[in-house]
Each structure stands twice: as structure tokens, then as C-alpha cells.
Design a protein around this ligand. Structure first.
Ligand SMILES: Cc1cc2nc3c(=O)[nH]c(=O)nc-3n(C[C@H](O)[C@H](O)[C@H](O)COP(=O)(O)O)c2cc1C
Length: 190
């Protein structure tokens, strides 16, 4: 098949979405939406995450060196889209209804409705010109018991939790249905 060279882009390369949960100095929880997230190996499974520019999530992680990463599912999409398109410095950001609890191992806020949650401790910050890569130790993984202990195949479990894919600045369902452009699903948040 003929190929065309284009400028750097990750279009047509689907990514998984996570909500990063952090506390600020006053213990107020903040969540932001992130997709530059993957895994590393250093004697054990770890996580690498990239944050571009300055944002509250980055400021909070710098102070506490820990955060949670909460898998985004179809059910969570409107809220996740709001959290990805509203700055943490906007006092209205965390107003919509959301059930938040504390991590089991680390003092990080976690999103109760997410079926898979990492509690992460940053081992190494790698500053870039306009971003930062963080290498993290996985201190705990929380999974809904349906996933960790329930019967059924992995395929049935994935269908049940329905994680979101994103590419081309749009969201896609686990089954590949177009769920709208970034910034659209948030209109369903009250
Ligand atoms: C679909 C989507 C994915 C995003 N992924 C990232 C990412 O991987 N890294 C990043 O720095 N910002 C990412 N953002 C932007 C942040 O979510 C946004 O800056 C948000 O306001 C951060 O929350 P905070 O201001 O409370 O820190 C993404 C936004 C969207 C809509």
C-alpha cells in the first residue's frame, strides 16, 4: 500500500485514558484526564507518564510525588471529558457530582466509579523543554472484584467495563463506536 510522509502525529494510534488524581496543599482533590501513559520494566512492572506544560496535576505531583491513575470507561466519559477540558485552577472544576475515596496504600484520591486504579509513587522526574516524564512505582492496583475474581473470559470482562479509546482528537467506545470529539461529551455533565 502506498504511504505518505506527514508531520509528527499519533492519529490512528489509539490510546487508553486515565484520570490522574492528586491532592493539593489543603487536601482538596483534583482530577485531570491523561493519555500519555504506558508501562516500563525495572525489576518489576512500573508506569511512565508524560505531562505537557504547567497544570495543577503536575504541581501537586511535584509536591507529593504520588498520584492515582483511574481507567476511564464509557460510563465515566462525560465527567472525564470535563476534567480534561477544565483547568484545575478553575474553582468550578471539581463541582460536578463524583464519588471520590482515598487510596488503600497511598494518600491519593481515587475515583470510585473506575474499575481499575493504580496508586503510583514517582521514582524519577525527567524534565523536558516543555513537559516532564515521570517514572513511577506501582504501589497498588485496585480492580473491581468482577475483574479480579469474577468468572467469565477476559473478553467478556472488557465488554463489561468498556474502556474508552482515543485518537484523532475523538473518543471511541470499546466496540469502536465514535463517541464524539474532545470537548463534546462534557455537555452531558450537570
Ligand atoms: C483526551 C485528553 C487527553 C489528555 N491527555 C493529556 C496527557 O497525556 N498529558 C497532558 O499533559 N495533558 C493531557 N490532557 C490535558 C489535561 O487533561 C488538561 O490540561 C487538564 O486541565 C489537566 O487537569 P488539571 O488542570 O486539573 O491538572 C488531555 C486532555 C484530553 C481531553
Amino acid at each position: 500500500m502506498n504511504k505518505i510522509s506527514i508531520k509528527p502525529t499519533n492519529d490512528f494510534c489509539p490510546q487508553t485514558l486515565f484520570l490522574y488524581g492528586t491532592y493539593d496543599d489543603e487536601g482538596k482533590a483534583d482530577f485531570g484526564l491523561f493519555c500519555w501513559f504506558s508501562y516500563i520494566w525495572d525489576g518489576e512492572l512500573g508506569v511512565m507518564a508524560c505531562i505537557g506544560g504547567d497544570k495543577l496535576t503536575k504541581e501537586n505531583i511535584h509536591k507529593r510525588k504520588m498520584f492515582s491513575a483511574n481507567l476511564v470507561t464509557e460510563k465515566l466519559l462525560p465527567l472525564a471529558d470535563h476534567l480534561g477540558n477544565t483547568s484545575g485552577y478553575n474553582p468550578e472544576k471539581m463541582k460536578p457530582d463524583m464519588e471520590i475515596e482515598n487510596g488503600r496504600v497511598l494518600p491519593v484520591p481515587i475515583m470510585t466509579a473506575s474499575p481499575v486504579i493504580y496508586e503510583l509513587e514517582v521514582k524519577q522526574f525527567i524534565p523536558l523543554d516543555d513537559g516532564e516524564v515521570m517514572l513511577c512505582r506501582i504501589r497498588n492496583v485496585l480492580q473491581d472484584d468482577l475483574l479480579a475474581q469474577g468468572s467469565g473470559s477476559s473478553s467478556e470482562k472488557m465488554d463489561a467495563i468498556a474502556p474508552i479509546h482515543t485518537t484523532c482528537s475523538r473518543y471511541f467506545s470499546w466496540e469502536g463506536k465514535d463517541l464524539g470529539a474532545w470537548g463534546e461529551p462534557m455537555s452531558k455533565v450537570n
